[in-house]
Ligand binder design. Structure first.
Ligand SMILES: [Fe+2]
Ligand SMILES: [Fe+2]
Length: 135
């Protein structure tokens, strides 16, 4: 996978969400460069922690917006968020306990999940919420 960066193809046509996705993709990129630069455990742990915290913030905001528009696939979508939240929490815990390092495999898992989720799951609520006047 090349450099994972924001591209207009990721737009869900809701300004607040697009801004959050840009920030999320930016944090994934920061983690990737910290890993490539061979940053120490504490520095890398800090970026990973920021990424996890921001993921929680973003999921909560997105869920609030979906709910406000009465989005019918809300429960399934939230279940995907919950699964990812527990995966990244597990990665962080393993990392803190020295059971894992941030490897290419961990990075590509994160990048691929975020890309797949935006393209396959987030983009589905765009037209529905736009029709409800949310943009
Ligand atoms: Fe989502
Ligand atoms: Fe999202």
């Amino acid at each position: 996978m090349g450099i994972f960066e924001w591209n207009e193809k990721y737009s869900v046509n809701i300004r607040e969400i697009d801004e959050e996705h840009k920030k999320l993709i930016g944090l994934v990129g920061q983690l990737n460069s910290a890993m490539r630069q061979g940053k120490g455990k504490d520095a890398l742990g800090k970026v990973l922690y920021d990424l996890i915290q921001y993921t929680r913030t973003h999921f909560a905001d997105e869920e609030r917006i979906m709910k406000s528009g009465g989005y019918p696939d809300f429960e399934d979508h939230k279940a995907k968020h919950d699964w990812m939240t527990s995966r990244v929490a597990a990665i962080y815990k393993d990392y803190q306990e020295g059971k894992t390092t941030i490897t290419i495999e961990v990075m590509s898992f994160l990048e691929q999940w975020v890309e797949k989720h935006i393209m396959g799951t987030d983009k589905k609520y765009g037209p529905y919420l736009n029709a409800k006047g949310i943009s």
